[in-house]
Design a binder for this molecule. Structure first.
Ligand SMILES: [Zn+2]
Ligand SMILES: [Zn+2]
Length: 370
């Protein structure tokens, strides 16, 4: 994989948080763009690496999956695929969820999740497990040009999803709600337990109504009151331009749903097919261009197939084997609408065998000192 945050910071995989912090501080000090001799690119790379490795959750995710493109609230069109600063490290506008508007209940689900968190006074590890749906992991195969320019893919996923009829409430909406008979509308249940210290009273949120005090008057006929059901869901995944083979796109909340909780995440592992002519080196595209000896000596204009379509390349006379012609702005898209370059590596194909007349001509050239 092209990216390695540990290498960027110059620490090993077992580095402690302190080591990581120290390494980042040194690099930030060295490369800060406001400083004389600073290096903005290196500074951004170090910032991106630090933003991931300094966060336990993100670091564990990185160790397991490599670089993860996460989705979230999109800042207005200003995404940067190759790392912004501390706060800006967010690939959100490259990934979007399709069909997850309010209509099919995604918002309702998040509301329920928040409510649950509030009522229960934050989430303990155990309550969190009970109220978060499972993560789903899938693989997506991309053609080389799709990985270069980004792509939108629709994937069909069989999963536990919120019921479309009741939007996860489990109730028939026309029938309204009624007072919860488990807690008599209080939203809490009092429990008396005998313990070593005598009988103990404790109050816990009512599980029947999830602390609301109200329950649906009638069960939803589609999901039989469960609020969730197994179904196939088509999800649109937007894959950012310049993604590398093996990288992962995460879609928060697109995993399995649970009634009254938050959905798990969907992890999309990207596999990129090799291209017969082009390869990617960072933001640049590299290709080899075989030319004849006469072309190398005389120069000229030649047609070249690129990922952007057919192009004319001007070969200067006297070009040598291995020389590179750079076409600016025809590489991999990077931030701010810019693109890397196309690097055309010249390969002079020498004939294995010369005809009699060709041999004669070369001998003439030799006399000319060529
Ligand atoms: Zn339902
Ligand atoms: Zn209740």
């Amino acid at each position: 994989m092209a990216h390695n945050y540990y290498d960027t910071l110059g620490v090993n995989k077992a580095a402690s948080k302190d080591d990581i912090k120290k390494a980042f501080r040194n690099l930030a000090h060295k490369f800060h763009p406001d400083k004389k001799g600073g290096d903005e690119k290196r500074f951004k790379e170090a910032s991106e690496a630090y933003s991931v490795l300094s966060d336990d959750k993100k670091r564990a995710e990185y160790d397991a999956y490599g670089r993860v493109f996460s989705e979230g609230a999109a800042p207005n069109g200003g995404g940067a695929p190759f790392g912004a600063g501390f706060e800006g490290f967010d690939f959100s506008d490259f990934v979007k969820r399709a069909g997850f508007g309010g209509a099919n209940g995604m918002n309702v689900e998040f509301d329920l999740g928040d409510m649950f968190g509030d009522v229960f006074g934050g989430r303990s590890t155990s309550s969190r497990q009970a109220t978060r749906g499972r993560d789903i992991s899938i693989d997506v195969e991309l053609a080389f040009p799709e990985a270069v320019f980004g792509a939108e893919r629709r994937v069909l996923i069989a999963k536990t999803a919120l019921c479309g009829t009741c939007k996860g409430s489990g109730g028939k909406s026309e029938a309204g709600e009624k007072t919860c008979d488990t807690c008599n509308g209080k939203g809490q249940v009092r429990e008396t337990r005998r313990s070593f210290f005598g009988s103990m009273q404790s109050v816990r949120p009512c599980t029947a109504c999830r602390g609301k005090g109200q329950i649906p008057a009638e069960k939803c006929a589609t999901c039989h009151g469960h609020g969730v059901m197994k179904k196939q869901e088509e999800i649109s995944v937007r894959i950012p331009a310049g993604i590398e083979d093996g990288e992962v796109v995460r879609m928060t909340g697109a995993g399995e749903a649970v009634a009254g909780g938050t959905a798990g995440d969907l992890y999309i592992k990207i596999h990129v097919s090799k291209h017969p002519l082009f390869r990617k080196e960072g933001a640049n595209l590299v290709t080899e261009f075989p030319i004849k000896l006469s072309t190398a000596l005389l120069g000229g204009e030649y047609a070249l197939k690129t990922l952007d379509g057919d192009m004319t390349v001007k070969i200067p006379e006297g070009i040598t084997h291995g020389e590179i012609l750079r076409v600016r702005g025809k590489g991999v898209p990077v931030s701010g609408g810019k693109r890397g370059d196309l690097m055309i590596k010249i390969k002079i194909d020498l004939p294995n065998k010369l005809s009699k007349s060709a041999k004669h001509l070369v001998e003439e050239l030799k006399k000319e000192g060529i």
